[in-house]
Design a protein around this ligand. Structure first.
Ligand code: FAD
Length: 382
């Protein structure tokens, strides 16, 4: 590469949810940072769009996530202060599981281990408290009051604006074609030019497998439709009387939100999803089964929300075999750090992941508990 190419302390590859918080954190620490994004900033072609994301702390996926979530909550509040925008709305999350299910049991265990307030609900309580739900009488319920939702696009925008304010250079509509680590730093070649830096942080979402092809990571990209249904009486699904829900049912794992605006009731299915061969071209048009599947769920469990389909969007999960994240230093290049495989539950952590990736990039370690996310669990030989 030529000698006179722009030189930075750190380059962040990919400016979705994770990259946005990472460029901010690096810039806040006084580093000269360049963020590169292949699409316009705050776009709808990756994994960080679609109005809202659930945020909660009684983490059924594993209690080890709770300390990270405590930190993530703090960092979201900090971002609200910095940006002056309302990003986080607390409305509570109601989890429902059939006998022997994993979600309510996991929520209860995480809450117990970490002293988090939750309410367990019998069927009679549930009916009085949240009358819109039609739940089989043998289901267990747990309500986490301090959970809620984040406005996903506003969060990404707020981080990018704050990063720019702190001095970061952000290049949009510029695709990274290749990168290499050298003895003294990293070099990145894009569709527009070449850049050099001391270090590289890769937050490429559904493209992570391609950007780090040399590692052969077992990442699978899944198509995830989001649907908004008309509600005849929207006040019945207002957030002061209708929570976010996560329903583990024999037909699938569905989650949805109270009404946030005139777009209708948003819901999606967490399990399943069609494999995506090329993240540039997932099937974006609605498939008939996207609607019929969610409608069947609504008619059975929340009939008040089963109106006309108003909107549809497609997003992508990038999943690891154990559904836990990858947050680590590249096994062959200590100047390169990776955040990948957020497995459909990463956004709520974005605020703390920026901090973790900046720590790993600066010193190779983080004070936060991230052992679970080491990359070597997926490498054949290290
Ligand atoms: C439908 C759906 C619902 C979800 N619900 C929740 C939820 O309720 N709660 C929760 O916590 N999480 C949720 N998630 C998961 C969460 O949204 C994701 O884990 C998170 O947004 C991933 O962020 P990311 O930065 O890794 O990916 P992205 O936001 O996709 O960012 C990656 C970026 O890298 C860019 N990029 C890639 N390759 C290149 C390249 N070569 N050159 C330049 N740029 C490049 C991409 O264009 C993209 O902008 C959900 C995900 C989906 C799809």
């Amino acid at each position: 590469m030529a000698v006179n190419i722009p030189m930075y302390d750190v380059i962040v590859l990919g400016l979705g949810g994770m990259g946005a918080s990472t460029v901010f954190e690096c810039a806040r620490r006084g580093q000269r940072v360049l963020g590169i994004e292949q699409f316009p900033l705050v776009h709808d072609r990756g994994s960080s769009h679609g109005q809202t994301r659930v945020i909660r702390q009684a983490y059924y996926e594993h209690p080890d996530y709770v300390p990270l979530l405590r930190r993530a909550y703090d960092r979201w509040y900090d971002l609200e202060q910095v940006s002056g925008a309302r990003l986080f709305v607390e409305c509570g999350v109601l989890s429902l599981s059939p006998p022997g299910g994993e979600v309510v049991a996991g929520v209860t265990q995480a809450a117990r281990e970490h002293g988090l307030p939750i309410e367990t609900l019998s069927n009679a309580n549930l009916h009085n408290r949240f009358p819109e739900f039609r739940v089989p009488s043998d289901y267990d319920g747990a309500f986490e009051p301090h959970a809620g939702y984040l406005y996903v696009e506003e969060c990404v925008r707020a981080y990018l604006d704050a990063a720019r304010e702190a001095g970061a250079v952000l290049q949009a509509e510029e695709r990274v074609l290749r990168w290499q680590a050298t003895r003294s730093g990293v070099e990145v070649e894009t569709t527009h030019g070449r850049y050099a830096a001391d270090r590289l942080i890769i937050t490429a979402g559904a493209w992570a497998g391609q950007v780090m092809a040399e590692l052969g990571l077992p990442l699978e990209v899944l198509r995830k439709p989001l649907l908004w249904f008309e509600v005849a009486e929207p006040e019945r699904l207002r957030r002061d009387r209708f929570p976010i829900y996560m329903v583990e049912s024999p037909g699938g794992f569905y989650y949805g939100f109270p009404m946030t605006d005139s777009r209708g009731h948003k819901l999606a299915r967490h399990d399943g999803g069609l494999p995506v061969a090329d993240p540039l071209h997932p099937q974006r048009e609605p498939l008939p089964e996207d609607e019929s599947d969610c409608r069947k769920f609504l008619e059975r469990y929340i009939p008040a929300a089963a109106g006309r389909l108003l909107h549809h969007a497609v997003c992508m999960y990038t999943v690891t075999p154990d559904r836990h994240f990858i947050l680590d230093v590249h096994p062959e290049h200590p100047r390169v750090v990776l955040g990948a495989g957020f497995s459909g539950h990463g956004f709520k952590f974005a605020s703390v992941i920026g901090e973790i990736l900046a720590d790993l990039s600066e010193s190779g370690r983080s004070q936060l508990p991230i052992d679970r996310f080491r990359i070597d669990r997926f490498l054949k030989s290290v």
